[in-house]
Design a protein around this ligand. Structure first.
Ligand SMILES: [Zn+2]
Length: 202
């Protein structure tokens, strides 16, 4: 089920969310007048794909917070919609989306590989490189909202023991985020409900 969360009067945009029954991944959709920004197309329900089909006339750009397969499970499906592009921050990121060991799908007896066919490197969001949970972790800023992936996330969901995780890098990332993100920013995490950045207790 896709639910509206916030409206931004200034940008005339609405933020929607759906929560997957597969690892509870949160997918987000920012609907603007002339485009849609999609963050983390995890395993989506059929009715979510149907809902997306309503916006076939809009340009859509897909962002993925990190390489783990649960966050881009249905990216190929979404990318097959008209006028839909994948934002790719680096070449190594697109390689990790294809690598079933790096994206962890191999360890769950699944093969999830997101192909970088229609890509763009022009971003509508401010892109922050935030390694720690994984090598290719990113957070994305939109006005006073940050999409935190598995990086800015409540301790109940924080995992730093996976292949590619690094506690040292995560510590540096926290330092960087504290210097970069205003405290009254709303965090939209990869799992769990949203919260203010100032209320993030690690
Ligand atoms: Zn992850």
């Amino acid at each position: 089920m896709v639910e509206p969360l916030f409206c931004n009067i200034k940008r005339k945009s609405t933020l929607y969310r759906c929560v997957s029954d597969f690892f509870g991944v949160c997918s987000y959709f920012i609907l603007e007048q002339d485009k849609m920004i999609i963050i983390d197309p995890g395993k989506l329900e059929v009715n979510t794909i149907e809902w997306l089909n309503r916006f076939n006339n809009l340009r859509k750009v897909v962002y993925i917070t990190h390489e783990h397969f649960d966050h881009h499970y249905h990216a190929n499906k979404v990318l097959s919609l008209p006028q839909t592009f994948l934002y790719i921050p680096t070449v190594s990121f697109s390689q990790a989306l294809l690598d079933i060991r790096k994206n962890l799908s191999y360890y769950y007896n699944q093969i999830v590989q997101t192909y970088s066919k229609s890509i763009t490197d022009i971003s509508y969001l401010k892109v922050l490189k935030t390694p720690g949970h994984s090598i290719e972790s990113y957070c994305f800023l939109y006005e006073d909202i940050v999409f935190g992936g598995d990086t800015i996330i409540n301790t109940d969901y924080l995992v730093l023991k996976l292949p590619g995780s690094s506690k040292v890098n995560y510590k540096q990332t926290i330092k960087f985020l504290n210097q970069t993100i205003p405290p009254d920013t709303i965090v939209m995490p990869g799992h769990g409900n949203y919260f203010f950045y100032s209320n993030w207790n690690l």
